[in-house]
Design a protein around this ligand. Structure first.
Ligand code: ADP
Length: 577
């Protein structure tokens, strides 16, 4: 079952064009030791001893941003295990998806969880389960996408009985911390934001997945295109556009760019510069594929032609994100008016799973595509409530506010717990806000013209600009007065980088200029902010407008050579880097 389930990649839909073997390309894996030194790992080391920080813990965390390849890595691990090419000491492997566990509202025992969600042994269930209890060291559980689990990690409720029924979060959290089934190795994937200090203390080690190396991009494009001449053309076009090349370090972007090579090489709408450009490319590609099947070609007003489908998918996507819901039943699709024809466009796919259920369930090809549709809905829906945009941009501050108020009567620890249970949807809403900024950019004015009245668009642009400016002000206000004899310095938080990325998506020099005019520091510290080549492009775009020189501190990120190249436009304003 595991081999069959992990044979092909969901992004290639039902096309069956590629098996995982054909397309899998190694990503960059690193572990950090106690003193901050990093070591590179191979896939075989994920479960091995290398990089272990806590010998008593059995949970390995693989963390990486959306689209960095976490699910694919886990899928590769499953496939190689099923073929006995890796993890040969593991007898039984149980793969779980946290997004699917969200839909389980019953109380279950561990035994039921295993057999209902992973496999259904026809015979000898009791013997199989007894084997698991007797030999935990021969068993591996994997949990994909902890960041998509509705409830954030807490270790309040202890539970150690494998046959007692409890709510799913209690089961999951006790498995991860090792109270339940001590000795069973667990591999869990998540975006970094969703893993807070209370879970970190139960981790054996944290493996960072950093996407593709430059060599990985090369290898992926060559695997994707069996025609070497085509692969060469795509690679040449990437070399000629380093912004696009920097995006390709994130595998999901690399997949889109490679898949949409025809639109890319035709270059009708200019060279993509932003992630919004890249996702518009994929939208166009899917609609084009459908219309060429019926002998049609996409006209200039292609978005308007498909507006109805886009809005219905958009509404489903947004409501899903707001409720941390990534899997939809046929009934939910119907309720949103989605027809079979809408589904056949290919943005939604059937869930591939082993759980015992008789109804079909759907998900977006990738969570970032769900965010993109949600953003399209926010921008194109004429009836959207007037505060939808400010709500989107302020979701994180609202949480902070709510927390600090409620914190008054609580001890520090409970605020940490609360933080972890609120962070799940934040990264997705941030990505959505980034797409909203991009869609409202002047670059896409003509595309949106027929879909959204100019006055409504203008109002939305103003709201976004105001929200970005307010967000930046919050950061600037937090800058402490300089200590005498020391430089005035600002330590940016990760949301500073997010705001910069939104400004970049808008591709409007005057917004970048206005924002930076108000930043008056001599030293900008951006350590541990998850900065990769994509973020460097945005940073340089905005920082080049600083009035006075700064020292830019970027330690403990993954800038790399391509990132440094992206920083060139702002080097004139950096007195040190
Ligand atoms: P994440 O789980 O981090 O959001 P995914 O594993 O879903 O990311 O990756 C998104 C898409 O990017 C995949 O469906 C696949 O098309 C592509 N991809 C990711 N990692 C790899 C890889 N190692 N080799 C080839 N393609 C990959």
């Amino acid at each position: 079952s595991v081999a069959a389930q992990s044979h092909s990649l969901s992004t290639y839909g039902g096309t069956g064009r590629f098996s995982l073997d054909d397309i899998y390309t190694d990503g960059l894996l690193e572990v950090m030791d106690g003193s901050g030194e990093t070591t590179t790992l191979g896939l075989e080391d994920v479960v091995g001893p290398l990089g272990t920080l806590n010998e008593d813990a059995d949970t390995v965390l693989v963390s990486g941003e959306a689209g960095s390849g976490k699910s694919t890595l886990l899928q590769r691990l499953h496939l190689l295990w099923a073929r006995e090419a890796l993890l040969t000491n593991t007898f039984l492997l149980f793969p779980f998806s946290c997004r699917k566990l969200n839909a389980e509202h019953r109380e279950l025992s561990l035994k039921e969880l295993l057999f209902l969600h992973c496999c259904w042994p026809d015979r000898g269930q009791d013997e199989v389960f007894q084997f698991i209890l007797d030999h935990p060291n021969l068993v591996l559980f994997t949990f994909d996408g902890l960041d998509e689990f509705k409830q954030g990690f807490t270790d309040e409720e202890r539970h150690c009985c494998p046959t007692k029924q409890v709510p799913i979060p209690v089961l999951l959290f006790n498995l991860l911390q090792g109270t339940l089934m001590k000795g069973v190795m667990k591999v869990v994937t998540s975006r970094p934001q969703a893993v807070g200090p209370s879970l970190k203390r139960y981790l054996r080690k944290e493996v960072l997945l950093k996407g593709f190396s430059p060599g990985g991009i090369d290898c992926f494009v060559k695997k994707h295109h069996s025609d070497p001449a085509m692969a060469r053309r795509v690679l040449e076009s990437l070399q000629a556009n380093t912004v696009l090349l920097s995006l390709c370090h994130i595998p999901v972007f690399c997949w889109i760019v490679t898949k949409c090579h025809q639109e890319l090489l035709a270059g009708q709408d200019g060279v993509p510069q932003t992630i919004t450009d890249v996702y518009l490319l994929v939208l166009q590609h899917f609609f084009q594929r459908k219309s060429s099947q019926s002998q049609g070609v996409l006209g200039k007003a292609w978005l308007e032609e498909h507006l109805d489908t886009v809005l219905k998918l958009g509404q489903l996507a947004l409501e899903g994100l707001e409720a941390s819901c990534y899997v939809f039943s046929g009934y939910e699709l119907q309720r949103n008016g989605l027809t079979e024809q809408d589904v056949s466009m290919g943005f939604l796919i059937y869930c591939n799973d082993l759980s015992v259920t008789d109804c079909k369930r759907y998900e977006f090809i990738h969570v970032t595509l769900q965010c993109f549709f949600a953003a399209l809905y926010v921008v194109l829906n004429r009836n959207a409530d007037r505060i939808a945009i400010s709500r989107l941009f302020q979701s994180q501050y609202r949480q902070l506010l709510g927390r600090s108020q409620r914190c008054l009567g609580h001890c520090i620890d409970s605020s940490v717990e609360e933080m972890e249970s609120h962070v799940t949807e934040k990264p997705n809403l941030q990505i959505t806000a980034q797409f909203v900024s991009g869609l409202l950019s002047q670059r896409h004015h003509y595309l949106l013209l027929e879909c959204c009245p100019a006055a409504v668009r203008e109002r939305k642009v103003k709201q976004v600009v105001k929200s970005l400016s307010k967000g930046m002000q919050r950061h600037f206000k937090s800058i402490p007065r300089p200590v005498e004899g020391e430089k005035k310095s600002m330590h940016a938080m990760p949301s500073f980088v997010w705001l910069i990325k939104c400004i970049y998506e808008m591709q409007d020099n005057s917004i970048a200029q206005d924002t930076m005019a108000k930043l008056d520091v001599e030293h900008l510290k951006l350590t541990y902010c998850n900065i990769g080549p994509v973020e460097c492009t945005a940073l340089a775009y905005v920082l080049k407008y600083l009035r006075n020189p700064v020292g830019l501190q970027l330690d403990n990120n993954s800038v790399g050579d391509v990132g440094v190249e992206q920083l060139l436009p702002c080097l004139h304003i950096c007195h040190s880097l």
